[in-house]
Design a binder for this molecule. Structure first.
Ligand code: DX5
Ligand code: ZN
Length: 278
């Protein structure tokens, strides 16, 4: 695109003999096309994920950050279709992780959709920076809303070409999120209290997935995060989860490829007794 813009700026569209080899209009059209192609589009992200569901999203919290590019490449070779990045600020949750530079570094390694889970007190302050860093989906917590107007961040994230959703902790009444669900591309149902990897799965998440799926229909993407492993993955899918975030059950295993294969098997072996999980 830059070459085309340079051509347009310099009107270098004729050869040494004065023959026109590229009309300025055509060059401008190509430049427009190229710029549109590189623009973010949340609909494309959503379509990709809907077609691939159920999708396992490795939570990079436990990956080997010393070899980030290799970790991403390994996961991609093993068939992973999207990544989940946990951003914690030490205020909204009692733990700190990473911010925009890591999202940017991962963006440089892969074309896979990057799902950024903001566990931060003021998501509105930083959402644009995360979109610019390369996020394709952003979820922020319903517990951070100080007024219903704060939920307008959903539309503002979407206007930047990024899919937008709300996350809800198990200890937060589900009623708190319901008024905003129809404005979400995805809802992140936490199956642990946000803040740390390696916690035990809270089955209240299964009831919530069932409830959201029956109330809001098939188009809403439902994501589940926390304690998803060989025992719980199938139940999550049976309850309606499209996106399954997995940390320990991949990164604490000796072989990522095998761990992912086992998870997919367990998701296919959908358990039928999830109508009432608690
Ligand atoms: C918890 C994070 C999760 C976590 C998942 O606050 O949002 O993404 O890393 O890790 P596991 O699968 O180990 O619970
Ligand atoms: Zn997460």
């Amino acid at each position: 695109m830059w070459i085309l813009l340079w051509i347009c700026d310099h009107e270098q569209t004729h050869d040494a003999f004065g023959n026109e080899w590229l009309s300025r209009d055509f060059a401008m059209e190509l430049a427009d096309l190229s710029s549109n192609m590189s623009k973010k589009d949340h609909q494309t992200t959503l379509k990709t994920l809907r077609q691939a569901k159920p999708v396992v999203l490795p939570s990079m919290l436990l990956c080997d950050f010393g070899n980030l590019a290799r970790e991403v490449a390994l996961l991609e070779e093993d068939g992973v279709e999207a990544l989940h990045l946990d951003v914690m600020d030490g205020v909204f949750v009692p733990n700190m992780t990473y911010g925009m530079p890591i999202v940017e570094a991962i963006r440089k390694c892969t074309q896979m959709p990057i799902d950024v889970h903001l566990m931060i007190q003021s998501p509105g302050k930083y959402a644009k920076a995360f979109v610019d860093a390369g996020a394709d989906l952003i979820t922020f917590h319903v517990e951070t809303l100080t007024s219903p107007q704060d939920a307008d961040l959903l539309e503002s994230i979407r206007s930047m070409g990024c899919a937008a959703g709300l996350a809800v902790n198990p200890s937060t009444p589900i009623e708190q999120i319901l008024p905003f669900v129809s404005r979400c591309d995805l809802v992140l149902v936490m199956s642990v209290e946000a803040g740390f990897g390696g916690q035990a799965f809270n089955p209240v998440a299964l009831d919530r997935l069932l409830h959201l799926r029956s109330q809001f229909g098939a188009d809403l993407l439902l994501e589940v995060d926390g304690g998803v492993n060989l025992e719980t993955a199938g139940k999550c899918v049976a309850a309606g989860a499209d996106l399954l975030v997995v940390g320990s059950a991949i990164f604490k295993q000796p072989d990522y490829c095998q761990a992912l294969a086992h998870l997919h098997q367990s998701m296919a072996t959908v358990s039928k007794d999830v109508t009432k999980a608690t």
